[in-house]
Design a binder for this molecule. Structure first.
Ligand code: NAD
Length: 709
């Protein structure tokens, strides 16, 4: 007697032997079976119905969707309306006096897995996956997950799952599942059979909360060792340590008290700025693909074959993205030698992955077989997409695009990976600017998740839509941006490098600045980053942009002197730091500050004492200010897009949500006032670079955030 198909929970019964009925509670809340209010209410009603019906001998909870359940409905977090709370639903399930069996027809995450853990038995298919990903939202499983999972999976496994948030294959969790079926299509029939056997054996009820954790499974140093092991990956994050404490409570306390402790730790996380930031980021990432430049009716051009021009650092990495998903690539270079070198490097990369066990030898060969080298443009006549990754010079790019215009079929998408050049000018070299788009990959292109999709003045909506779809296919997070120097990411990072260099002239040293920035949460400070990338890269960009910086005689002058003295960074063994041969560990070099002092004297820059706070404000706030200009100019469509670019492209700490969310969190008034303060305190330099963006000033005066802009 199935009910209305639109209901979030269906209830039906099916006959077992001996006049017994099996009640089946179907979760049915598309698309991911989130445990929204309607589902929680529905499960409570269905449970009461099953328990009141004397003919029902056992209960199954399963799902009508592809997922068993994706977990809590996080859109409800903002409203604070948690009634009826999930723990109360689970309490009802666990304390039922008839056996309740969770039948996981698909992945169960977060609250979804917590539902299963509160049932008396769990059945699924061997290839299924489950996990508790709450930590990625800055929180912890708050419906008993931290207390029940250690009881079923063991303490060490539970710790790993809860702190990493990673999905785990069901077959690695023998303690959690009472039956694993090989064939997913046989899951329901086998589950009914399982229930019948349960009843035949006396319908024993197995409550997870009754399980006593074996002290031997949690030796005294387990938690200390775990904390040590996770220190590096979780640096700066608030929730992981609370996850560990919750599992510690599961070991140390009786179940009911452990639940109370879990609730306290959950609330600590939930009320932290990090939870707000990480939840913002969760939505920001999804919102990046919601683009106003096209709609549902806009057609998508199919991309079955790809051409790449230039098999250098970027071209090779870009090619790997396509080979990884089975799309054939033709790689074009002018000289055979460069082509051979590029292909050899790709092979070396793949073989490196194989050595680490990430690929089989056969997969390496399959991927290499998808890559064809060429020195003839004619070989690109039939490709659906071409990505140019040649030298960063307008004349070279225009020549390439002219050649592409001559040979490529009508409807081919012509893309450039330029980091700084004007895409519109590149498009003008063709007779089809509507087909030209920027695809700005980040280095290493086979690893970095971010893709800035750059729309030119004439890029057609279907080309934009096709590029956004293509990005998803190759597992990138795409953000649509407009044309300007450096687009969003590199335009904002320019302020970061400039300010770090200015601080040197005022007497702060690279070690101090880098330490403050890593403490803020970035993976490395600006000088370590400059040395790793090569100080010469920034130098060449500055040389090509003299008109932009000539009004500031202090602009990155220390970095200029370093490069002029051959101190180009790690590859030279010296840059802003010194390096022992073969080592990547930076060693402070007083010589750098001697150069800084000489330059400061020449430029008449007075020394200044910098607190850690000032270093953060001086380096991060101008980036935010640039972000405000970018928003006002429409180069980025929304502030959350900038956050996605910064977290995925530059390692901005996700627990701060991205630079724009960070600004919203501390208040735009704070940022605005600090900009004014430095504008006034830093003389001509302040006037040049600390003028608040009009949008920042306007929102600050209205007490609003970028998110509302
Ligand atoms: P690279 O020097 O490593 O590679 C460029 C390759 O292009 C070389 O192999 C060269 O032989 C080849 N080439 C040059 N002219 C050519 C032509 N006319 N036809 C065919 N091949 C030609 O440079 P890269 O670092 O890979 O940069 C390539 C592009 O990607 C540039 O536009 C750069 O701004 C952009 N980019 C670089 C990075 C990065 O971090 N390296 C990041 C994002 C974007």
């Amino acid at each position: 007697m199935a009910q209305d198909k639109d209901q979030a929970v269906h209830y039906e019964t099916t006959a077992l032997s001996n006049h017994n009925q099996l009640a089946i509670i179907w979760l049915n809340n598309p698309p991911v079976n989130a445990l929204s209010k309607a589902v929680r209410v529905g499960v409570i009603d269905a449970m009461h119905k099953a328990l009141a019906d004397r003919s029902v001998a056992a209960v199954v909870i399963s799902s009508k969707q592809a997922l068993f359940s994706g977990g809590a409905d996080i859109s409800e977090f903002a409203s604070g309306d948690y009634e009826p709370p999930l723990p109360s639903v689970l309490h009802l399930i666990e304390n039922a006096d008839k056996p309740v069996v969770a039948v996981l027809n698909g992945p169960a995450f977060g609250g979804g897995l917590e539902v299963a853990l509160a049932c008396h038995y769990r059945v699924t298919f061997a290839a299924n996956k489950v996990g508790l990903p709450e930590v990625n939202l800055g929180i912890l499983p708050g419906a008993g997950g931290t207390q029940r999972l250690p009881r079923l999976a063991g303490v060490a496994m539970a710790l790993d799952m809860i702190v990493s948030g990673r999905p785990t294959p069901a077959k690695k969790l023998p303690g959690v599942f009472d039956l694993l079926v090989e064939d997913p299509t046989a899951l329901m029939s086998e589950s009914v059979h399982f229930c019948q056997k349960l009843l035949d054996a006396g319908a024993v009820i197995k409550r997870t909360s009754d399980i006593a954790i074996d002290p031997a499974s949690a030796p005294a140093d387990l938690f200390a060792q775990f904390r040590q092991g996770m220190a590096k990956q979780t640096r700066g994050f608030f929730a992981p340590e609370r996850c560990v404490q919750a599992v510690e409570a599961a070991v140390a306390l009786p179940f009911d008290q452990g639940l109370i402790k879990e609730g306290e730790l959950f609330m600590q996380c939930m009320q932290s700025p990090q939870a707000r930031a990480q939840q913002h980021f969760f939505f920001a990432e999804r919102a990046a693909s919601h683009v106003k430049d096209y709609d549902k009716s806009t057609p998508v051009r199919e991309i079955k074959t790809v051409g790449i021009i230039g098999a250098g650092t970027m071209g090779g990495g870009i090619a790997m993205n396509f080979a990884n998903v089975g799309i054939p690539v033709t790689l074009l270079e002018v000289k055979q030698e460069a082509l051979d070198k590029g292909l050899a490097l790709i092979r070396k990369n793949y073989e490196g992955s194989a050595k680490k066990g990430k690929l089989t030898a056969q997969q390496v060969e399959e991927r290499m077989a998808l890559l064809t080298g060429s020195t003839q443009y004619a070989d690109l006549a039939d490709v659906d997409l071409v990505i140019e990754a040649v030298f960063e010079k307008m004349s070279v790019k225009q020549e390439v695009f002219k050649a592409l215009d001559n040979v490529c079929k009508a409807g081919a998408i012509l893309a450039s990976n330029t980091s700084t050049l004007d895409l519109n000018e590149i498009a003008q070299a063709t007779s089809r600017p509507q087909d030209v788009i920027g695809l700005h990959f980040f280095s290493p292109a086979n690893v970095m998740k971010l893709l800035e999709v750059v729309k030119g003045e004439q890029t057609s909506p279907d080309v934009i839509k096709s590029a956004m779809h293509m990005a998803k296919k190759i597992n990138k997070v795409a953000v649509l941006v407009g044309v300007c120097f450096g687009f969003v990411g590199n335009r904002m990072i320019e302020t970061y490098g400039r300010e770090a260099n200015r601080l040197l002239l005022e007497g702060a040293n690279p070690e101090h600045i880098d330490q403050v920035i890593t403490d803020f949460g970035l993976p490395m400070g600006p000088f370590t980053m400059g040395d790793m990338a090569g100080q010469d890269i920034g130098y060449f960009v500055r040389q090509s942009r003299r008109e932009f910086i000539q009004h500031d005689p202090s602009y990155c002058v220390v970095a200029d002197r370093l490069v002029e003295q051959g101190r180009v960074g790690l590859k030279a063994g010296k840059g802003a730091y010194l390096y022992e041969p073969g080592s990547r560990v930076p060693i402070a070099d007083p010589e750098v500050m001697v150069i800084a002092q000489q330059e400061a004297k020449r430029l008449n820059i007075a020394p200044r004492k910098h607190s850690d706070q000032e270093i953060v404000e001086r380096i991060i706030y101008p980036m935010i200010n640039e972000g405000a200009l970018i928003l006002a100019e429409g180069i980025a469509a929304k502030s959350s897009d900038i956050d996605v670019i910064y977290v995925y492209g530059y390692g901005f700490p996700v627990y701060r949500g991205g630079p724009m969310k960070y600004a919203d969190e501390i208040g735009l008034k704070t940022v605005h006032q600090a900009m004014l303060k430095y504008r006034d305190e830093l003389g001509d330099y302040g006037i040049m670079w600390f003028e608040p963006a009009p949008l920042l000033a306007e929102l600050a005066s209205q007490n609003k955030g970028f998110a509302s802009a």
